[in-house]
Design a protein. Structure first.
Length: 99
């Protein structure tokens, strides 16, 4: 992102515009702390972004599996219904031959 020098220069300008009166050493220390916090946030953001990408990928895989299973369930229901109709037809034939 930003170089350390640019970061410090911009920070000094902001600090001066706010009427800051810390010594240069204290300013640098404050900016070092701020820089560490920003670096930590950037790292956390990168980790969360990667985790999100992984979760999106896993979700897509699960959605594909779900679609496959739903198709399988529909095929099984259709097969069950056909079998039921055949049994009914056979029972009707049996009724015709029994007195």
């Amino acid at each position: 992102f930003f170089s350390k020098e640019l970061f410090h220069r911009q920070g000094e300008k902001i600090f001066e515009s706010l009427g800051g009166s810390l010594s240069m050493g204290a300013e640098i220390e404050q900016f070092d702390i701020l820089e560490q916090k920003i670096d930590s946030l950037v790292s956390a953001f990168a980790a969360l972004k990667k985790e999100n990408e992984t979760l999106v990928e896993k979700t897509q895989i699960q959605e594909e599996k779900l679609a496959d299973l739903m198709s399988e369930v529909e095929a099984l229901k259709s097969g069950r219904d056909k079998t039921k109709q055949r049994i009914i037809a056979l029972l009707e034939k049996l009724e015709q031959i029994t007195p």
